[in-house]
Design a protein around this ligand. Structure first.
Ligand SMILES: NC(=O)c1ccc[n+]([C@@H]2O[C@H](COP(=O)([O-])OP(=O)(O)OC[C@H]3O[C@@H](n4cnc5c(N)ncnc54)[C@H](OP(=O)(O)O)[C@@H]3O)[C@@H](O)[C@H]2O)c1
Length: 281
């Protein structure tokens, strides 16, 4: 039995489906079972990482765990690491970030690194997945594309080898179901490094309409994110992470997805072809 924490998330739900396809028994943990719309064979359990009793109950009989919580919930992953220490679940795969690659330079990467460390010390066999930015982040551009034909972003000139969440999930499933991944921290990327203006041009081409990329001043971005209700410390960490041009922050394509899954990581063009309808609606 593998328990997926963050089962309704971008990557978590793909991991649930991938594990079922691989023939595993899966328990999907969520605060809101109504959102966990999985097929038969998935046991959905209600719980909150902030309530250790619900976490302990979910771990009963588990021999593997996948965890991918939202950036504002990373501290709650420490609760899961505590519960794992007592439960003896065999294996944990944590979705982390390239921001956790040493040297950690911002609070966002620090929160991921702290959670990784807690899992390393939990007694379970551990694997950390450190992906670059997700291709699906371009969905955040939908509103301004629709209303203004524009894409707004700070630090747009920095090229990142963005990754398809499907590839992150495929790596997670391999790490949970095949041996050889204990004590490994994998940096995961897509096959090509692209700037935000280059991504914008590709989106423009598939939508068949001109789009303008607008470089946003980081201070303005900070105010906008805090104004939208994001915790200020998380905003500082995320912006610092976006400003870091280093190769270890996803700037250089890595062979890891191919090495672990045996298939090439998807290109952004391929991701776009599969998601253009969602971008349009
Ligand atoms: N987006 C990127 O470009 C990117 C790149 C690299 C790494 N990452 C990392 O990937 C991770 C996951 O990203 P994602 O996009 O899959 O996340 P997501 O779509 O925002 O999903 C987050 C999940 O966290 C769960 N969650 C949040 N608080 C919880 C709590 N208190 N108790 C139980 N569950 C809780 C939510 O479950 P319920 O609401 O169902 O309870 C949800 O399923 C993050 O840590 C992020 O830092 C993201």
């Amino acid at each position: 039995m593998i328990v997926v924490f963050g089962s309704t998330g971008t990557v978590g739900r793909l991991v649930v489906n991938g594990l079922v396809a691989a023939g595993e028994r899966v328990r999907a943990f969520t605060r809101d079972p109504a959102r966990a719309t999985f097929g038969p064979g998935v046991e959905v359990v209600a719980g909150d990482l902030q309530e250790i009793g619900t976490v302990r109950a979910a771990l009963a009989g588990a021999d593997g765990v996948f965890v991918a919580t939202s950036p504002d919930a990373l501290a709650h992953e420490l609760t899961l690491a505590d519960a794992l220490r007592d439960s003896g679940a065999g294996r944990v795969v944590k979705l982390s970030s390239v921001a956790a690659n040493p040297p950690v330079t911002d609070s966002y990467g620090g929160a991921h690194a702290d959670a990784e460390k807690a899992f390393m010390e939990s007694g379970a066999e551990w694997t950390a997945l450190r992906p670059a930015g997700f291709m699906s982040n371009v969905m955040q551009w939908k509103k301004s594309i629709k209303s203004q034909g524009r894409v707004y972003q700070p630090h747009g000139g920095i090229q990142r080898a963005v990754i398809d969440p499907e590839d992150v999930a495929a790596v997670a499933v391999s790490c949970l179901t095949t041996p050889g991944h204990h004590e490994k921290a994998y940096q995961l990327t897509g096959p090509e490094a692209l700037s935000a203006p280059q991504l914008t041009a590709k989106v423009s081409a598939v939508l068949g309409r001109p789009l303008q990329f607008v470089e946003v001043d980081p201070e303005q971005a900070r105010n906008g994110m805090i104004g939208a209700g994001m915790p200020p410390q998380l905003v500082e960490g995320l912006l610092a992470s976006m400003a870091d041009p280093g190769a270890l922050r996803g700037g250089t394509p890595m062979p890891t997805v191919q090495q672990i899954t045996g298939r090439s990581p998807a290109t952004f063009d391929s991701w776009l072809a599969r998601h253009v309808a969602e971008l349009r609606d």
